[in-house]
Design a protein. Structure first.
Length: 276
């Protein structure tokens, strides 16, 4: 896994459109397998509905989309933030009417999908966006929709990619999704053997998933105090605060008015919350 590096500019720079476009312009894409990951290929082979709407965020060179089209799927959407890559994909698939190629930010994207395929997008995002990722994937999925793919089950000395653990993911996605599967992938490519988790999460339609902006938290101790207060409520199934302390993911049985949340988390006005 030592070759899992992608930085060609300082990783102190924002991981924005400029950063990712530079990767493709420089053709420095060490994370790229050059083919579809075997666990995802096997998963696609289990999908029966060829008309299912499928989204691949942070699609990269879109080997997954290429395989889907080869297998006869008719409603594939890929999205990436890098203009250089997107132009390449449009040329590659210019004669195929079954794929929609979008240049844009996943978090601004609107639509509804039966399946979202995760392949090296989550790990490329700054960890501060992980709560937002859960919220957005839940928002984009149809009733009975699935989030499926691969997450790294390891850490990295150089990032991106950013790693994680099964324990972390279970806490992060708790409540918003039902865990159909989250296990070490048995057929990963050799460089990633034993370091990938294959996930299949089903959207939980019986809950409300909201994202809130948060002000006033300055340490992990404050985070633990707030999440413990929120999690103590019977109708809240998950309360998770981003690592930069700026966003709160809340999974609840029903919609909770912001003023009630505000009153719960702070008696002295130190913390402020607003729905995003």
């Amino acid at each position: 896994m030592n070759n899992e590096k992608c930085c060609v500019v300082s990783c102190e720079n924002p991981l924005d459109q400029k950063y990712w476009d530079a990767q493709y312009k420089a053709k420095t894409i060490g994370w790229d397998l050059g083919e579809i990951a075997p666990p995802i290929k096997n998963y696609i082979d289990t999908l029966k509905n060829k008309n299912a709407s499928i989204l691949i965020p942070g699609c990269g060179n879109s080997y997954e989309a290429e395989y889907l089209l080869k297998k006869g799927f008719t409603n594939v959407t890929v999205i990436d933030i890098a203009p250089t890559l997107v132009e390449k994909l449009k040329a590659k698939f210019e004669n195929n009417n079954y794929i929609n190629i979008i240049l844009g930010d996943f978090f601004d994207h609107q639509g509804k999908y039966d399946v979202i395929i995760e392949q090296t997008f989550f790990c490329a995002l700054p960890p501060t966006l992980r709560q937002k990722y859960v919220w957005k994937t839940h928002q984009l999925l149809n009733e009975n929709g699935f989030l499926a793919g691969l997450l790294f089950n390891r850490t990295f000395e150089i990032s991106p990619p950013f790693g994680g653990s099964k324990e972390e993911y279970l806490k992060l996605f708790k409540g918003a999704f039902d865990f159909v599967q989250i296990d070490i992938a048995q057929n990963s490519c050799a460089p990633r053997a034993h370091s990938e988790l294959f996930i299949e999460f089903k959207k939980n339609n019986s809950v409300v998933v909201n994202l809130y902006g948060f002000e006033g938290i300055t340490c992990t101790g404050c985070t633990e105090t707030i999440t413990q207060k929120l999690s103590a409520l019977k109708n809240i199934f998950n309360a998770s605060i981003s690592s930069d302390f700026l966003e709160l993911l809340l999974v609840s049985q029903n919609e909770i008015p912001v003023d009630e949340l505000q009153a719960l988390i702070s008696d002295d006005g130190k913390y402020k919350i607003k729905k995003l």
